[in-house]
Design a protein around this ligand. Structure first.
Ligand SMILES: [Ca+2]
Length: 407
């Protein structure tokens, strides 16, 4: 394994020739060296948004966004049921149903667990089980208040069935520990891997050192069986100094996650500090570095965080956004409606106020389109609908469900 070279210059000022040379070297290796002998992803330098945006002179296909449902209050997550109806969470703690012809049921679904709604905390993802049609399980991630009413809360996972407009058969599957009063960085995405496991993304709660604290769920990705049991092959099972639910560490705040359609691996992005949003592939037991290494800096002051951008034993991101765009929502595009988009990775920008399309060459980001800038506002969720078009949720007190189609 080749040692990671320190990457001391700021990414914004690194001569592009260095990165181009690295890319050419890895491309050449990929051509002549068997896959197993290639440099692991963890030792490659990332790509940077200014280069991938610059490599993309114009969108490959022009798209437009249409608001289908308005009046959604800080909508967070969107999914479909087998009959074509949609479910949407609103961060304040309501679960809404939208009919297949885009009529919003004025009455929220009952039986949603009590959530702590404050700052970034509230109701997060809603995701049906892969076999929802036969077992009826819906999974919800949310900020769960402490039962002792001490003002603390943390990200939790539950499942329930939807019956006559109400969640029934509720089972709590996981709650992060310890809880905190800090309203920042709670993660909240749920992804099933198609092999019987699910992943739940968390965040560091704005208490950055927790992301490296071994017996702390903060700043990690959690892996569980669909019924909440801890898988026997989780990377830290049987290690007393670690927590068995934890699959990866050193993650700051993950609000986008999706399974790669061909490799089956978990891809995520996470909010960095100022100028440090990242794209990663999450692998068992790996450490993603926060806050020891980061490409970002402290807000406002611009001062350094941690010890630099690279360290042995810590993963390099695939891609870094400088400046940050506030990444949220993620979907691989595998549908037929927009053939030019097949195989690309879609995600949203909150502060970036756009739909981002990444063109991938394996694990490399080679082009980056910024679409619909300013047209839909802050993009919280990105999903591909059963019709093959792309659907967005805008994060606003009077937000909307949008459909993105070719012009
Ligand atoms: Ca990282």
């Amino acid at each position: 394994m080749r040692a990671m070279k320190p990457h001391t210059p700021s990414p914004a000022t690194t001569p592009i020739t260095i990165r181009a040379a690295t890319w050419l070297a890895s491309a050449a290796l990929a051509w002549v060296v068997p896959a197993a002998a290639q440099t692991p992803a963890s030792t490659r330098l990332p790509t940077f948004s200014k280069d991938t945006v610059a490599a993309t002179p114009a969108p490959v296909v022009a798209v437009q966004a249409t608001a289908l449902v308005r009046g959604l209050k800080n909508a967070w997550s969107l999914t479909w049921l087998p009959n074509g109806d949609m479910l949407v969470t609103e961060r304040g703690g309501t679960l809404r149903r939208i009919s297949a012809d885009f009529k919003l049921d004025p009455k929220p679904i009952e039986g949603v667990p009590t959530v702590k709604a404050a700052v970034q905390a509230g109701l997060f993802d809603v995701v049906p089980h892969p076999q929802y049609a036969s077992n009826g399980w819906l999974y919800l991630a949310y900020a769960e208040p402490s039962p002792t009413d001490d003002g603390e809360y943390g990200t939790a996972l539950m499942r329930a069935r939807l019956k006559d407009g109400r969640l029934v058969d509720q089972q709590k599957l996981f709650a992060m520990s310890p809880k905190s009063r800090r309203g920042f960085h709670l993660g909240g995405r749920i992804v099933f891997d198609g092999k019987g496991f699910l992943y739940l993304t968390l965040g560091d709660r704005g208490e950055m050192q927790r992301a490296q604290a071994p017996r702390d769920h903060a700043g990690s990705v959690i892996r569980l069986h669909d019924d909440g049991r801890v898988p026997a092959d989780n990377p830290f099972v049987g290690r007393a100094e670690q927590l068995p639910e934890v699959f990866s560490r050193g993650n700051r705040n993950l609000q986008g996650a999706a399974i790669h359609p061909t490799t089956g691996e978990l891809w995520t992005h996470e909010h960095g500090p100022q100028g440090g949003d990242e794209l990663n592939i999450i692998r068992a037991g790996r450490n993603y570095g926060w806050p020891t290494i980061t490409y970002g800096v402290n807000y406002v002051t611009g001062t350094k965080i941690g010890e630099g951008t690279a360290r042995e034993g810590m993963e390099q991101p695939l891609h870094v956004w400088i400046p940050s765009i506030g990444v949220s929502g993620m979907a691989f595009y595998t549908a037929d409606a927009i053939p030019q988009w097949k195989g690309s990775l879609l995600l949203g920008g909150l502060s970036g106020q756009s739909l981002v399309r990444l063109v991938l060459d394996g694990e490399r980001v080679v082009r980056e389109e910024r679409l619909l800038f300013g047209e839909v506002g802050r993009v919280r969720d990105v999903r591909v609908g059963p019709d093959g078009w792309v659907y967005l949720l805008s994060d606003a007190p009077d937000g909307a469900l949008w459909r993105v189609q070719t012009r």
